[in-house]
Design a protein around this ligand. Structure first.
Ligand code: RNT
Ligand code: ZN
Length: 417
């Protein structure tokens, strides 16, 4: 797109926003600071480099679009490619199964920081901060219960794994001079009715206490709940109530995955409650369709509401934004770009909201004025600001990235089989 055109449109938008008291330059500066944590697992349908076993744990990537990353080099190449179409500087969220195991089988209770040495170097070279996740799924010992397993030997295996993951996250955080956010999600649950709801939750609580006994300075723990998993439909040990209570009583970050709640539940509404009782929130921005299907995030009301709530709660520095979807049915690099840019577009609109005026209306009981301005704000030229933001960041403006992704597919990913 012609640069002059983008600049011209931006100048008009700037004036238009100034008229409602909003500064578009300031909004762009704020957006520049918002780092997304890109989930490494979108590049290869949550396969990882540990073994070629099937994906278990009640999650599923559907589709078999050609060209998925088959090894660490390809995954890195794809992530960098995707990042080159996303304005700003972002983080990479690794799962334990994506370690650099050098062709050896390293079991989960044996993993060490050295298996992430090459990742740490690579991340530093590319100015990408790392986040981390323990991996309870896709392993012979996964079963239906991991950290909540009554069998001590299995439980201890997963406790050891998770402790080691925290040590890895600590090393990452130390090396990058910025806390590594480590997410703990386990699939534990039951396919059919259980008569031991309390028992497994009590075991999980004790396992977590043991895991978190070591205090670290360079990593932050977060715990992620879920409603149900495939094959684990009747009961989830780590439910929302469980982790909300655990987080509030143990000062832990709670992860809200937008696909992990009942379909009509507003995840945006949870922020203001949680942030009063827990230090920070981690988000897994996704798009559930009918169920926790992990479709690619788009600019819809759910994502918009979520971003608006972050800004309205003045919580940009207390909410970490990660993405979590895995669509294997379309170009995977394109999926990264769509979801990331959609989240950023939502955040930009949130940053351009005339909040002071809206709040003044609300304080004065001017319901009509508040609703009218909310409606008008939806169609203000935020897209001209977005284009300018992309231009400033040297990434493709508008739909230009489609052709770029196609080119990479023709030249690189289509040659993989
Ligand atoms: C699963 C959770 C979890 C995973 C990743 C791969 O339902 O959302 O965050 O998607 O750990
Ligand atoms: Zn998630």
């Amino acid at each position: 797109m012609k640069e002059e055109l983008i600049v011209k449109a931006y100048e008009v938008a700037k004036e238009r926003y100034a008229a409602i008291g909003m500064d578009t330059d300031k909004a762009m500066d704020a957006l520049q600071k918002v780092q997304l944590s890109l989930h490494c697992w979108q590049a290869d349908d949550v396969t990882g480099f540990e073994s070629a076993g099937e994906l278990t744990g009640g999650i599923q990537a559907t589709g078999n679009y050609p060209g998925k990353a088959r090894n660490i080099e390809e995954l890195r190449q794809d992530v960098l490619k995707a990042a080159s179409y996303i304005p700003g500087n972002h983080r990479l969220n690794l799962h334990e199964i994506y370690g650099d195991f050098g062709g050896q089988f390293v079991d989960r209770d044996q993993v060490e920081p050295k298996h992430f040495e090459s990742w740490m170097q690579w991340a530093a070279e590319h100015n990408m901060k790392l986040d981390f996740n323990s991996t309870s799924f896709s392993h012979p010992k996964s079963g239906s219960l991991s950290l909540s397993n009554p069998d001590k030997s299995i439980r201890d295996f997963w406790i050891e794994h998770t402790k080691r993951c925290r040590a890895i996250a600590e090393e990452m955080g130390k090396r990058q001079g910025d806390p590594c956010i480590m997410n703990l999600w386990i699939h534990d649950g039951s396919k059919d009715i259980t008569v031991n709801r309390m028992k497994y939750r009590e075991i999980l609580k004790n396992s977590l206490d043991e895991i978190f006994a070591t205090e670290y300075k360079n990593m932050k723990d977060c715990v992620e709940s879920k409603v149900f998993g495939i094959g684990l439909e009747s009961y989830t040990v780590g439910s929302s109530d469980f982790y909300t209570a655990y987080g509030a009583s143990h000062n832990k970050i709670v992860t809200l995955d937008t696909g992990h709640f009942h379909p009509t539940e507003s995840v945006a509404d949870k922020l203001s409650s949680l942030l009063l009782f827990i230090p920070e929130v981690m988000l897994h921005v996704s798009r559930p369709v009918r169920w926790d299907s992990d479709h690619v995030t788009i600019m819809n009301d759910d994502t918009l509401d979520l971003c608006k709530e972050i800004v309205r709660c003045d919580a940009l520095d207390r909410v970490h934004i990660g993405l979590d979807y895995f669509d294997a049915s379309i170009n995977r690099i394109g999926a990264y770009v769509i979801g990331s840019r959609a989240t950023q577009k939502c955040m930009l609109q949130a940053l351009l909201e005339p909040l002071d005026t809206l709040r003044k209306y609300e304080a004065n009981d001017q319901g009509f004025e508040r609703l009218a301005l909310l409606e008008e704000a939806k169609s203000l030229p935020w897209n001209a600001v977005w284009d300018m933001f992309c231009l400033k960041n040297n990434v493709p403006v508008g739909e230009e990235f489609i052709a770029e992704v196609e080119k990479y597919e023709a030249e690189v990913t289509s040659k993989r089989n």
